[in-house]
Design a binder for this molecule. Structure first.
Ligand SMILES: *Cc1c(COP(=O)(O)O)cnc(C)c1O
Length: 459
């Protein structure tokens, strides 16, 4: 198989879900009715949905069979035992707590470890991670490596943490004030960029030396393992699952959103080495999520997670997964679409500021690109720029985000090569009409997380 140019989807299709083809005129109406905010679109009006890779995976026939087999007992469900065993074997951690999704695990763990005066350090905190930490009164500090700040610079592991800054921060703040060091693999907010094994190991050594808790935010650990096998010396022949196990071995625990690499639509877990910490978290779990043998999950969800966590390390699957994301990114790059390089695991991040240099940041070039993608192609994407992260100064002048990005997140096992080819063709059209596209202004917005519900109009 290695000698073919075409990477085929390593599955065939048993159930199909029709998607609606709309005309540009219809999409104009839909977008207007959604106040030019794709979060407000009905999904049935979307042709290709690249809003997120979270909870949008297609489950396998085995997972669906497992759903029927799910044991819905309140206590001691066999589906739970299966999931617990799978997570224990994968992570090597003794204490497993099921949660309804990633952020529930974050709320429990970081709510317990956090509080005023505490500091959390990460390559980059994902937004729900940061929110849970800050909500507890603690501080969240990001220290990605310097290279990650340059969108076009090639670095094989742009998701790495800056180790010099880590040591500095620990000694400045005092190890007793560090809630935890959190390594996000792959680094979602930093463009889905991988973290090297060497970096994960060194972070572990530094944490051990200073007696600081070390947690992996491991949503995309399988995708990260692919990059390690293909880019890091010494791992060429190590199976993906072994690579993941080695990475877990350096840390004290992990938080996982199963909506990513466990290939399910809902679920998550917290896994810990330490008994005392696990007991404290278990108390919170029972109060807010559910009993210890289901957390926030149905038996069938746990069954599907156990199966998905195995399937995700299949070499044919991972090759298709990473290469198809890369394929889209490389094609767009060659066509002259500015984007973050190299291409990460789960998404392609476009640089809207360079794509529409004539649109000032106050008129949200990212929002303009998101709207154009929908209008011209029925493609839904998400702005990650000043709509999402912009703030206002005291005169209500926009303080823009550092970058105006648009993310095309690829759901797992959902779209085929021809869908991707279609997306590439839509970009040909966008490139041809670049200059005529106008910016947007916000007409209505809430105080927090405005990107979800803000309303816009064209300038
Ligand atoms: C999705 C995600 C989370 C939160 O998980 P949810 O299941 O959405 O609550 C945390 N960290 C990272 C890196 C993520 O990608």
């Amino acid at each position: 198989m290695d000698h073919f140019r075409t990477i085929i989807e390593p599955f065939k299709i048993k159930t199909v879900e029709p998607i609606t083809v709309t005309s540009e005129e219809e999409r104009e109406t839909h977008l207007k009715e959604a106040f030019y905010n794709p979060f407000k679109l009905r999904s049935e009006h979307v042709l290709i949905d690249f809003l997120t890779d979270s909870g949008t995976s297609a489950m396998s026939s085995r997972q669906w069979a497992g759903m029927i087999d799910g044991d819905e007992a309140y206590a001691g469900s066999k589906s739970w035992l299966k999931m617990e065993e799978e997570v224990k074997d994968l992570t090597g951690y003794e204490h497993i707590l099921p949660t309804h999704q990633g952020r529930a695990g974050e709320r429990i763990l970081y709510g317990y470890l956090g509080g005023k005066g505490k500091v959390f350090i990460s390559n980059t905190h994902f937004d729900t991670t940061r929110a849970n930490i800050e909500f507890s009164g603690a501080e969240a500090i990001d220290i990605p490596i310097e290279e990650s700040l340059y969108p076009l610079l090639y670095h094989p592991f742009k998701g790495d943490m800056d180790l010099v800054k880590l040591e500095q921060l620990i000694s400045e703040r005092g190890s007793e004030n560090i809630g935890a060091v959190i390594l996000t693999v792959t680094n979602n907010s930093g463009g889905g960029q991988p973290v090297s094994m060497n970096n994960a190991r060194r972070v572990g050594e530094i944490c051990k030396e200073h007696n600081v808790l070390y947690i992996l935010d491991c949503c995309r650990i399988a995708e990260n393992a692919y990059f390690i096998q293909h880019r890091e010396a010494g791992y060429e022949n190590v199976p993906y699952r072994k690579i993941a196990q080695e990475m877990f071995s350096f840390a004290d625990g992990c938080v996982m959103s199963a909506k990513k690499d466990a290939l399910v639509n809902m679920g998550g877990f917290l896994a810990l080495r330490n008994q005392e910490l696990s007991d404290a978290c278990t108390n919170l779990l029972i109060i807010t999520e559910g009993f210890v043998t289901y957390g926030g999950l149905s038996g069938r969800d746990m069954e599907a997670i156990a199966i998905g966590l195995r399937e995700v390390f299949d070499p044919d699957y991972l090759k298709y997964r990473i290469r198809s994301t890369e394929y889209l990114g490389e094609k767009l790059f060659k066509m002259g679409v500015p984007l973050i390089w190299p291409i990460g695991g789960h998404a392609v991040y476009l640089d809207a500021k360079s794509f529409y240099p004539h649109i000032p940041v106050e008129q949200y070039p990212g929002q303009a690109l998101v709207c154009e993608l929908y209008l011209k192609g029925g493609i839904r994407s998400v702005e990650i720029g000043s709509v999402m992260f912009g703030k206002y100064d005291e005169n209500r002048k926009l303080i823009p985000a550092p970058n105006e990005l648009v993310r095309l997140a690829i759901p797992r096992r959902v779209y085929t090569q021809s869908h991707i080819e279609y997306v590439i063709e839509v970009f040909e059209k966008l490139l041809a009409k670049k200059e005529s596209v106008r910016g947007y202004r916000i007409t209505e917005e809430p105080r927090f997380l405005r990107h979800f519900t803000a309303k816009f109009e064209m300038v």
